[in-house]
Design a protein around this ligand. Structure first.
Ligand SMILES: [Cu+2]
Length: 321
C-alpha cells in the first residue's frame, strides 16, 4: 500500500510493477507483500543499528548504562526470535500458496478458450508460430485482449528466457523441451517483450513487441497475414536458425509440425540432450543436470510419428532451474 503510493506514476519505468494482466497482477501482489513484510524486520534493524552505535559509542561522559555482567534477557530473546519466526512462517505460507497458484503451466480460468502460440528462441530472434491460425511471425506477437494465451516454448539454440514483463514472469526456453506458460493481457496495448537470459553477441536485439488488440482486430490481422505474407518454408526456417539479427516478419504458413520437430531433434537415445548455452552440449552436461527432466509438459498427441525414447523417464518431476 505504502509502496503503491510511493511508486505511483512510475509505471513507465517499472514494467513489472505496472502489470496489464492477471498473472502479472498476482506476481506484483506477491512482490509487494513480501517486500513490505521483509521491511518490518529490515527497517527496525537498520534504525536500531544506527541508534546503538550512537548511543553506546566510546565518548567521555557517555551516560549509557554499562552492564558488563549482564548476559541474558528472556524478554529480549522472545522478542528477537519470535518476530522473525512469525514473519518467515507467514512469508513461507503465502509464497507457497502463490507458487502453486501461479504455476506457469496452469491454465487461466476464463470463459474464453485459450489461443496457443508456439515460441522458439533462435540466434538472435524469436519465432512465433500460431498452430490454430497456421501463421507465423518473427520478433512480433499479436494477441487478442482478454483471452488466455497458452505459450508453448522451446529453443533451437542456447537456452533463453521468454519475458513480457507487464504480463507475467519469464520462463526458460530450452532445446529438447517444451515448456508451457499461460499469460493474458487485460488491456489493449503494446507490451515490451524480450529474452531475459544472456545468449551471446546480439542478445540485446532479441526484443519483440506484443500487440494486444480486440478479438476482431486479431482475426483481421490473422486474415491479413494469411493473404498477404509469404510462406515460411523449411529452407526459410533453416535460414532463420543461422545466427543473425532480424526485423519483424510475418508468414502466411509454416512447415507442419515445426515446433514439435524442433523440440524432438534434441532428444536422442536415452533422454534429453538439451544444453543451456554455449556451443558445447556434452553428454555429461545433459545427464548431470537433468535426471529430473520430464516431458509431461509436452502434448504427446502432437508427437505422433516422432521418435520417443522416454520410457525410462519419470513423468512427475517439474523441470526447473
Ligand atoms: Cu533445462
Amino acid at each position: 500500500m505504502l509502496m503503491a503510493v510511493l511508486l505511483s506514476g512510475c509505471g513507465e519505468q517499472y514494467l513489472v510493477l505496472d502489470p496489464k494482466g492477471p498473472i502479472g497482477e498476482s506476481q506484483k501482489d506477491l512482490i509487494y507483500f513480501s517486500t513490505i513484510l521483509c521491511l518490518v524486520i529490515v527497517v527496525p534493524v537498520l534504525i536500531l543499528t544506527g541508534f546503538i552505535v550512537w548511543r553506546y559509542r566510546d565518548k567521555k561522559g557517555n551516560n549509557a548504562p554499562y552492564q558488563p555482567n549482564w548476559n541474558h534477557s528472556t524478554k529480549l530473546e522472545i522478542i528477537w526470535w519470535s518476530i522473525p519466526i512469525v514473519i518467515i512462517a507467514i512469508l513461507a505460507i503465502v509464497t507457497v500458496k502463490y507458487t502453486y497458484e501461479l504455476e506457469p503451466s496452469k491454465p487461466i480460468v476464463s470463459a474464453k478458450a485459450p489461443v496457443t502460440i508456439e515460441v522458439t528462441s533462435l540466434d538472435w530472434k524469436w519465432l512465433f508460430t500460431y498452430p490454430e491460425e497456421g501463421i507465423s511471425t518473427v520478433n512480433y506477437l499479436q494477441i487478442p485482449e482478454g483471452t488466455p494465451i497458452q505459450f508453448r516454448l522451446t529453443s533451437d539454440t542456447a537456452m533463453n528466457s521468454f519475458w513480457i514483463p507487464q504480463l507475467g514472469g519469464q520462463i526458460y526456453t530450452m532445446s529438447g523441451m517444451a515448456m508451457t506458460l499461460y499469460l493474458q493481457a487485460d488491456e489493449i496495448g503494446n507490451y515490451y517483450g524480450s529474452g531475459a537470459n544472456f545468449t551471446g553477441e546480439h542478445f540485446a536485439q532479441m526484443t519483440f513487441n506484443v500487440k494486444a488488440t480486440s478479438e476482431d482486430d486479431y482475426k483481421a490481422w490473422v486474415q491479413e497475414v494469411k493473404t498477404t505474407a509469404p510462406a515460411l518454408t523449411q529452407e526459410g526456417f533453416e535460414k532463420l536458425t543461422e545466427p543473425s539479427v532480424e526485423t519483424v516478419q510475418s508468414f502466411s504458413s509454416f512447415p507442419e509440425g515445426l515446433f514439435q520437430k524442433v523440440v524432438m531433434q534434441y532428444i536422442g537415445e536415452g533422454g534429453s540432450a538439451h544444453h543451456h548455452g554455449g556451443s558445447a552440449a556434452t553428454e555429461e552436461d545433459s545427464s548431470k543436470g537433468h535426471e529430473d527432466m520430464d516431458m509431461s509438459d509436452m502434448d504427446m498427441k502432437d508427437m505422433d510419428g516422432m521418435d520417443m525414447n522416454h520410457d525410462q523417464e519419470s513423468s512427475t518431476n517439474e523441470h526447473s532451474h
